[in-house]
Design a protein around this ligand. Structure first.
Ligand SMILES: Nc1nc2c(ncn2[C@@H]2O[C@H](COP(=O)(O)OP(=O)(O)OP(=O)(O)O)[C@@H](O)[C@H]2O)c(=O)[nH]1
Ligand SMILES: [Mg+2]
Length: 462
């Protein structure tokens, strides 16, 4: 008996015709086989179309965070990370301890520097007592700690650089020490490596300066003195009177100094959010989301670029194919001036920047979102009696109240978008305090949904 199949193919054995097949059976079998082939071809075609469709719908949303330096771009990015890339956020949290320690130590050293020098305005000396001098001596190890922390974050392969800080309008005191940059986000692996080395090495075998355990120990020993310095009336008066410009997060960390200086300190979400670390290279935050129930995915890429005037030249290449721009205007800065150009008011600079972005042909179909940011600081200034109209004459005799200022500025930004955009567009404006994670979380969901809706609308029209 000869079977008409290839015995080496197990599938052929199973599907071969039976040896004693009648002509009717043969016709019925061939009909069934033809039907199977037709169904199989149909499935193949459906699969091919599905694949093409998937490819077509592996869409990307590209968002740029823009705004002047210290407007809150990186803080907003951290909020996005916390909400949409939560796994990495949790993994990275421990390494932020080093950055937070640096933020705290820099502020303490900045205060110590400021009390050493007479006022730049009137040459007056601060009435320092013996207690202050003793505090300065006891806190002197923090100078070395600042350098060690910078080295830990920057590491030898990535030398640190400095940036010029901003200064306020009302006073002449610049921020006491220059800002600190790392060149890449690799700082996290440097810190982790140091933490591992610290745990595994004997102190006497180390020869490369203090490690994170040594540093934490020195800071812990200085904890009481840091608190005493910060709570001292003369020091507080000097910070206020001289307008010593500490970073916005400095007060937050100085108020929490005992908690941060503790040997077993673990940073919380709010601490990481407030920690400021400038980074030279731009790495987008990426995450994916499902577009709808049919399983199509959307890849999100969020870019955070440096905001100082010198860094803005590097923005242009990022304008290609931008889905949305989130523009941050820190409106509490109505009484401050730019570090890069002390002739320019910071709010004025935000308006100039916003106008330029709205006017751009390249961005004519980009979704525009504005965060009028630092509402908490605006409210504080107003509560302290700072008059908005003194710095913004067009505000005229409107009430010196946060709500009224926000409303006025919303209209200003909206009018600029309306008057300067090459094509009509909607502009979504939010009043934000991006250091408030809870409030920001709700805003980000609304922002995300808005961007997605507009993206899908445009994709359907194309
Ligand atoms: N109080 C308060 N502080 C804020 C707010 N937004 C940002 N900050 C603080 O302002 C400082 C600057 O914020 P960043 O997010 O680093 O600013 P940036 O726009 O990324 O600045 P560059 O990287 O220099 O362009 C940080 O110390 C933040 O903690 C806010 O709404 N309220
Ligand atoms: Mg930044």
């Amino acid at each position: 008996m000869v079977f008409n199949y290839d015995a080496s193919d197990p599938l052929a054995v199973i599907t071969a015709a039976p040896p004693s097949e009648t002509p009717e059976q043969k016709a019925a079998r061939e009909e069934r086989e033809a039907e199977s082939r037709r169904i199989s071809n149909q499935i193949d075609e459906e699969l091919r179309l599905h694949k093409a469709d998937l490819k077509k719908h592996e869409q990307m949303v590209k968002i740029l965070l823009l705004g002047q330096s210290e407007s809150g771009k990186s803080t907003t990015l951290k909020n996005f990370r916390m909400q949409f890339a939560a796994e990495n956020w949790a993994k990275e949290r421990a390494s932020w301890r080093t950055v937070i320690q640096l933020n705290l130590v820099r502020s303490v050293n900045a205060i110590l520097d400021a009390v050493k020098h007479p006022d730049a305005d009137d040459g007056s000396k601060i009435p320092l007592t013996e207690k202050h001098q003793l505090l300065a001596i006891r806190l002197s190890p923090l100078r070395r700690v600042e350098e060690d922390l910078k080295r830990l974050l920057g590491a030898a392969a990535n030398p640190v650089e400095v940036a010029v800080p901003s200064s306020p309008t009302r006073t002449v005191s610049p921020r006491p020490s220059a800002e600190f940059y790392v060149r890449s986000w690799e700082w996290q692996s440097f810190v982790e490596a140091s933490q591992n080395r610290s745990e595994n090495s004997h102190p006497r075998t180390r020869h490369e300066g203090a490690n994170s355990i040594d540093i934490s120990e020195i800071i812990a020993r200085c904890s009481e003195d840091i608190r005493e310095l910060w709570e001292d009336d003369i020091i507080q008066d000097m910070v206020k009177r001289r307008g010593l410009r500490l970073e916005d997060s400095a007060t937050f960390f100085l108020n929490a100094s005992e908690r941060i200086a503790a040997r077993d300190y673990h940073p919380g979400d709010d601490d990481v959010l407030r920690a400021r670390l400038l980074c030279r290279n731009i790495v987008p935050l990426s995450w994916t989301s499902n577009l709808a129930s049919d399983g199509k995915t959307l890849t999100w890429k969020l870019y955070d670029v440096g905001g100082s005037r010198t860094q803005r030249q590097a923005w242009l290449p990022y304008f290609e194919q931008v889905t949305a721009i989130i523009f941050l205007a820190p409106i509490s800065c109505f009484d401050e001036r730019l570090a890069e150009d002390p002739r320019v008011n910071r709010l004025e600079d935000s308006f100039i920047l916003w106008k330029a972005i709205c006017s751009s042909q390249l961005l004519k179909s980009t979704t525009m979102i504005i965060f009028l940011n630092k509402i908490d600081l605006l409210a504080k200034k107003i509560a302290n009696g700072v008059m908005v109209r003194q710095f913004l004459p067009s505000y005229a005799d409107r009430p010196n109240e946060t709500k009224a200022v926000v409303k006025y500025l919303k209209t200003k930004f909206r009018d600029t978008a309306r008057n300067y955009s090459p094509e009509p567009r909607t502009c979504h404006i939010y009043a934000t305090t991006v250091v408030d994670t809870h409030e920001t979380a709700q805003i980000l969901v609304s922002v995300r949904d808005g961007i997605m809706r507009e993206h899908l609308k445009k994709a359907t029209l194309m």
